[in-house]
Design a protein around this ligand. Structure first.
Ligand code: G3P
Ligand code: MG
Length: 248
């Protein structure tokens, strides 16, 4: 079944909100992405101990906040008191951990499309997929452009599919599985999101011929970005917001 008509998304996606220019997965990053002309952002979402959806890439707090240990063990009240910006640069000291709700509200108010990457704390794959999909349905109710849900976790994706089947999904893969067609069909995805190093003209053609879209992360070389787009890649995720510009 072809689902490629359900793709209202631009070609350039700001990775983790503001790429390298701002602390990843914060509201400040979303503003930087927008200020650089990006009309779409990608960010990573997981659950706090008390089931509040918030943005963080890693299981642990250590790399991108001043906290330590497993983020999913903390309540959102505890997470909200952490500094998620000081690791990046002094300009962002004090930037809080972002709730999914705040980022969704910002994006909708500013007409920024979103790729919500479901990034479950290890062991909480299904419940995270369900909770994020239901939250996304609620937050984007009545919005013109729905969020694109994606995950490396097939368990999360399946749970999102069951909870909110109407929201578009992408299968995220570290490597291209031989049975990508079967997986995309199983999870009723609109797209395959691949590591850019695996992109070829032939693969793009095959994915399109199968009725799906294809996007590549993370493209930080402007020449590579231009090449992939010339091959028909539907979207690229980039950290290089100044050098790989949607407005160039
Ligand atoms: O969703 C695309 C990309 O963000 C996947 O990799 O590790 O940056 O979340 P990662
Ligand atoms: Mg991500």
């Amino acid at each position: 079944m072809s689902t490629s008509q359900n793709w209202p998304y631009p070609t350039h996606i700001a990775h983790r909100g503001g790429g390298r220019l701002a602390p990843e997965n914060t509201l400040a990053a979303m503003r930087v992405g927008r200020d650089h002309g990006f009309r779409m952002v990608e960010f990573d979402v997981k659950l706090s101990r008390d089931d509040i959806a918030f943005l963080l890439h890693d299981d642990d707090l250590d790399r991108t906040t001043d906290g330590k240990g497993l983020a999913g063990d903390r309540s959102f009240t505890e997470l909200a008191l952490l500094d998620a910006g000081g690791w990046h640069s002094p300009a962002y000291v004090g930037e809080p951990v972002a709730s999914f709700q705040a980022v969704a509200q910002y994006a909708i108010a500013n007409q920024i499309a979103c790729n919500v990457e479901i990034k479950p704390t290890t062991g909480r794959e299904a419940e995270t997929g369900t909770a994020i999909a239901l939250a996304a349905r609620n937050l984007w109710q009545g919005a013109t452009v729905p969020p694109l849900l994606s995950s490396f976790s097939e368990e999360s994706l399946a749970a999102a599919q069951a909870a909110a089947p109407e929201l578009p999904r992408a299968l995220l893969v570290e490597e291209i599985p031989a049975d990508w067609r079967e997986k995309l069909a199983k999870y009723e995805c609109v797209a395959l999101n691949i590591n850019q190093r695996d992109a070829t003209q032939a693969l793009i053609n095959d994915v399109h011929a199968a009725g799906y879209r294809i996007a590549a992360w993370t493209v930080n070389d402007p020449e590579r970005a231009a090449l992939l787009l010339s091959w028909g890649m539907d979207a690229i995720f980039t950290d290089e917001l100044a050098r790989i510009s949607p407005t160039a």
